[in-house]
Write a protein that binds this ligand. Sequence first.
Ligand code: GLU
Length: 417
Amino acid sequence: MADINPFESLKEQIDDAAAYVDADADVIDRLKHPERVLSTTLSVDMDDGSVERFDAYRVQFNGDRGPYKGGIRYHPNVTEDEVRALAGWMTYKCAVVDIPYGGAKGGIAFDPREYSASELERITRAFAVELRPLIGVDRDIPAPDVNTGQREMNWIKDTYETLERTTEPGVVTGKAPSSGGSAGRVEATGRSTMLTAREAFDYLGRGIEGATVAVQGYGNAGSVAAELLDEAGATVVAVSDSRGGIQAADGLDTEAVTAHKRETGVVGGFPGADRELSNEELLAADVDLLVPAALENAVDADVARDVRADVVVEAANGPLTPDADDVLTDHDVYVFPDILANAGGVTVSYFEWVQNRQRFSWTEERVNDELERIVTEAFDRLVDAYESYDVPNIRTAAYVLALERVIDAFDDAGNWP
Ligand code: GLU
């Protein structure tokens, strides 16, 4: 994995797009920096009686279009700059799908696999206490991200509600259904990846049916994207996780791979595979569609030179470095960016928040229909923008569109001193 600072990548992506936006340099500069950063140390009691220290962050990047919104990640590689980048990407993601949010992100730098459930609960609640003055249903709404899910969101909601002496389920999204979570939220990120891929192949005049697919990363986003692409008629020929990958020329039974991963913790050793392959081999697989669904910087310029897919749809946040983007643009590979392709997660978070505020829940069918409408409309707007602005690639078009929407909100509201 390339050692590239994701915050520098974000700034480069904004600069690339700024050349096509009618705005002053100072306005653009503002959109490259977060409005507020919480950097804190959590001191948490461990099961053995010791006290351990954890570095934790919450970045509120931009609130021009609505409350700050974005997930919380638990990963040993979390840094303040990574969280800044992820918070910026949330801002532009919400703008691309045109939902009424700004962008934020949080993270704790640790490996949750090394801690017991009760330690994880204390770590999460300690972070929720630190977050309490910043978050709120109309201020900043956390959600799941890498290595967090319903359990952690329920703890955050419970801590907040207990301290505030209220019930406010919309203070956090991605909760379990029993705590006010939305139908369809768990699958939402992978579903938007599938919808983007389907629309992309239609746009390119090919159709998703029969397209061969490789998926790098088999966590929540990757596994759901693989299963839904399979269901849509594509042939998923290779998948991988951090420990390695598997391949089957005639297609993997993705549902069975997900069950195998659930049981064993890895995709490796899946009985239906022809052979095992490395992550590097997977990224260079001779397929129609490559779906990077793991972490940032999975594809740098060197890896990009070996990519043989014609289309890349990003399920992860920031999986391509800016240099990789340049290589793929030169090689005429169509890249459909993260800020559209994985926006299903935050879009269904938005639906969850709407349902929580109304104290009324939607059926899964309604959630999926509304998600499909939002993603396909955003896709159409994006390709219109790509064709009408003279931009080099679809990512730049997405940033132009997003920057214009954030700038409009800022201009229309004025700048409170
Ligand atoms: N963590 C997800 C993302 O990167 C979802 C954020 C949310 O639902 O607020 O888009």
